[in-house]
Structure formats: C-alpha cells, structure tokens
Design a protein around this ligand. Structure first.
Ligand SMILES: [Zn+2]
Length: 146
C-alpha cells in the first residue's frame, strides 16, 4: 500500500484565535453587557516604526480592532487580552484615560504582567531587533496608547 503524501502545510494565518480570547475577556469582566465584535486590523508592512497602535475602539461601530502584528506565537495571549480588556473599558467608560479608567484597568488579572511584558518587548513590536543604546537617549518609542 502506498503511503499518502501529507498535504503541504497551509499558509500560516496567525497564531491566536482572537474570538476565543475576546470571548474569555467578555465572560470574565463584561458579562453584564453584550459582547463586542473584536477583529484583527489590516496588516501594513513596515520594517520599523516609531509607534504602534495596538488596539482601537470605534464608538460608532462599537468594534474593537487589534493590531495584526500581535497575531504571532511570541505574543502571549494575556497581553492580547489586556488590550481587548482596555478597549472594552473605552466602550463602557468613554474615551478618557482618567483615574476611574485606570482603576478599572487594574482589575484585569494580568495587568501587571501585561505592563511588564510591553515594557520589555515594545522594541520587538516596533520591528527592531535589538534595543539600541542611542535610542534610549532619544525620545522613547511611543506606544500610541490603545
Ligand atoms: Zn485607551
């Protein structure tokens, strides 16, 4: 009997299943409101960037978009969920990052871990291979806050 060739690997469409991550955030923190539609944004290929907007909330469509570069194996699920949580808070509390907003933000279970992770990995998201010393003296890269 002949062995059958395995089908060629399908093209990688990303690592994270966004709907599952979003559903968990919704049922854990926002179960008192209808779930929002959460989707990946469109990929714009750039080698290196000065800033990156990791997530956004559109108050007209009530849709949350997550930056597609986060759909990768080296990005922890809790970090993506921290952004989904943040955008849900904009839906619930409005556009301002005020004290009330920050108080709610800290309720996310992995808030500290997410902050620590981005502090260490922002340069990766910005498309830089290494932290360059010169950059430290320049204006720090902007995390265009979600
Ligand atoms: Zn925000």
């Amino acid at each position: 009997m002949e062995t059958q060739a395995l089908p060629l690997a399908l093209p990688q469409h990303g690592h994270h299943h966004l709907a599952s991550l979003a559903a968990e955030v919704h049922r854990t923190y926002f179960f008192d409101m209808p779930p929002l539609h959460v989707r990946w944004g469109h990929q714009i290929h750039r080698k290196s960037r000065q800033s990156i907007r990791l997530g956004s909330y559109n108050h007209v469509t009530t849709e949350i978009r997550i930056h597609p570069s986060l759909n990768a194996a080296h990005i922890p699920a809790f970090f993506i969920q921290s952004i989904i949580h943040h955008e849900y808070l904009h839906h619930k509390l409005g556009p301002s990052h005020n004290r009330r907003f920050h108080a709610h933000e800290r309720k996310f279970r992995y808030f500290r871990e997410a902050q620590e992770w981005i502090r260490r990995n922002l340069f990766v998201l910005l498309g830089r291979r290494t932290r360059r010393r010169e950059r430290v003296r320049e204006a720090p890269p902007q995390l265009a806050l979600f």
